[in-house]
Write a protein that binds this ligand. Structure first.
Ligand code: PLP
Length: 251
């Protein structure tokens, strides 16, 4: 006779834990198909608009790296988790307003959206004041879309060079968000070539819909939100009115 516990008494993995396991498997399979080591790709779990309880579920499932595109929301959800989860890493991934630079520098381990000279100035001042400088990725607007964050293609070379002169090794790589209606692959390849030209190691590219293609093109970081946490609620947890998704900041 077996004496199995009633199903309800056994700890069951959460929906988020199951989704994470599935994404990690797909990342590993894509990496292997590309002849790359599965651990060469870091999963950035994008928890924007989802409550801190969802972040906690992901942490409990072994996820350590998170992405948020609004600094205010990130500041409400993440710093209080640091004490219990010292391995946790927070990436700021969205278009960043210069007046949020100081808060971003205080709370982020990486800022993936360095995309214009005024923001470079603000981050340099913020790093002086905060006494710390997160890792930085230069975001490139590979589709030259007017509504999107990122340095335009034509200015990317000189901007990357200037950022490296100013921030040195803190500049770790490049990030892009290809146009929604296009084949992302040419954009991923362009970004990979640009990183190679500049001797930069990190490439943050690929989201829920296209992270496997991004890994084939060399992504070291994939930013996956809805495939892990489900569809985003219509407004962020604090009830603030969300800015247009992925829209460029004003300054
Ligand atoms: C929201 C967001 C993502 C995640 O998008 P999903 O399609 O939900 O995976 C990735 N990168 C950035 C910059 C985002 O704002």
């Amino acid at each position: 006779m077996t004496t199995a516990l009633p199903t309800a008494d056994r700890p069951r993995p959460s929906t988020i834990a199951i989704a994470l396991a599935g994404i990690r498997e797909r990342i590993a399979a894509s990496a292997r198909r590309a002849g790359r080591a599965p651990d060469a790709v870091t999963l950035v779990a994008v928890s924007k608009f989802h409550p801190q309880s969802s972040v906690l579920e992901a942490l409990q499932a072994g996820q350590t790296v998170f992405g948020e595109n609004r600094v205010q929301e990130a500041a409400e959800k993440f710093p209080s988790l640091r004490a219990d989860w010292p391995a946790m890493r927070l990436h700021v991934i969205g278009g960043l307003q210069t007046n949020k630079a100081l808060e971003a520098v205080r709370i982020a381990d990486m800022i993936e959206s360095l995309d214009r000279p005024s923001l470079a100035d603000a981050l340099a001042r913020a790093a002086d004041r905060a006494g710390r400088l997160p890792d930085l990725l230069v975001q490139v607007n590979t589709g030259d879309e007017s509504q999107k964050s990122g340095i335009p293609r034509a200015q990317a070379d000189s901007f990357i060079t200037a950022c490296r002169q100013r921030f040195g090794h803190a500049v770790r790589g490049l990030m892009c968000i290809p146009p929604a209606e296009e084949d992302p692959m040419p954009h991923f390849r362009y970004l990979a070539d640009l990183a190679r030209t500049h001797g930069l190691a990190m490439l943050s590219m690929g989201m829920s819909a296209d992270f496997e293609a991004a890994i084939a093109a060399g992504a070291t970081h994939v930013r996956v939100g809805s495939a892990i946490f489900g569809h985003r609620p219509a407004s962020p947890p604090n009830g603030a009115i969300p800015p247009a998704r992925l829209a460029a900041p004003e300054s």
